[in-house]
Design a protein. Structure first.
Length: 277
């Protein structure tokens, strides 16, 4: 498969730069692992790149290797499924991969992902990104293993934070536990997980919205009392069932499993729950 003429120079630059770093990029899907090794090396040296020029350099690096990964994905099967280069409709001029299937529309930005890999490290590796896009392109479904959610976050005060990693979730639990926020919602492509509470007591629900709407209440399995109780928070008073009040440890477990299980059934199998009334 011929390289896209617009990006041929960038792809060749990526190959040469990788050679100087002792890595071989041979245009195979397996070579994406070598791209990850290169980007992670820069991630682990971020403290050396603190000037504006350094930040521009890291963006250019991400752009170069992101284009390489995009070209590899196209020649590894995505082109046959109708994918091609386009530009992001946000107007920022970033190349993205779009497909032509109106029933399974997919847009992927390997350039943006490469930059996130440099900035965030192992939580945003390119190999996993490619696996997700290939799975969506082949079956219309997210892969069940080896991939974590990266949902957007909405807080009670209206703040929205995009693409949060699992390692960042303790912060969002903290701000609710301390009364700094009323609630937090983790929003994914297939629904959301939300919780509110104070101290060591929380209420948590998971909603799944693909092919209908299903809501589940996280529960304390050691509590059998289904009677409603008074639950007072800085932002209001509620009357949940006593069984619905879970500890911080139980909430952290539910959040971790939500991030780690992309399939609704897999999540529900691991987390104590009941259908919402």
């Amino acid at each position: 498969m011929e390289l896209n003429s617009e990006f041929k120079g960038l792809v060749e630059d990526a190959v040469k730069l990788a050679e100087r770093m002792g890595r071989t990029l041979d245009y195979t899907r397996e070579s994406i692992r070598s791209v990850d090794d290169i980007l992670l090396a820069y991630h682990h040296s971020l403290d050396k790149f603190d000037s504006d020029d350094d930040k521009d350099f890291l963006w250019d690096l991400a752009y170069t290797f992101g284009i390489y990964v995009g070209e590899v994905m196209l020649r590894s099967g995505l082109a046959e499924k109708g994918f091609m280069w386009d530009y992001d409709d946000k107007g920022d001029g970033i190349p993205v991969l779009n497909n032509s299937d109106d029933k399974n529309k997919i847009k992927a930005s390997p350039v943006t992902k490469a930059h996130k890999c440099i900035m965030n490290g192992e939580d945003d590796i390119m190999e996993t990104f490619a696996d997700v896009i290939f799975s969506l392109a082949n079956s219309g479904k997210m892969p069940k293993t080896g991939v974590q959610r990266a949902p957007d976050v909405e807080t009670g005060s209206g703040k929205i934070i995009e693409k949060v990693a699992l390692k960042e979730t303790d912060y969002f639990i903290d701000i609710v536990a301390k009364g700094e926020e009323d609630f937090v919602i983790f929003k994914s492509h297939d629904g959301f997980l939300q919780f509110y509470g104070i101290g060591n007591q929380f209420i948590c629900e998971a909603w799944f919205t693909l092919e209908g709407r299903r809501a589940y209440q996280m529960i304390n399995p050691s509590c059998a009392n289904r009677e409603r109780v008074r639950f007072v928070m800085p932002y209001g008073e509620y009357t949940p069932r006593e069984r619905d009040i879970i500890s911080r440890e139980q909430l952290e477990f539910a959040v971790r499993e939500y991030f780690s299980n992309l399939d609704e059934a897999d999540f529900l199998e691991k987390v104590p729950h009941e259908d919402c009334e």
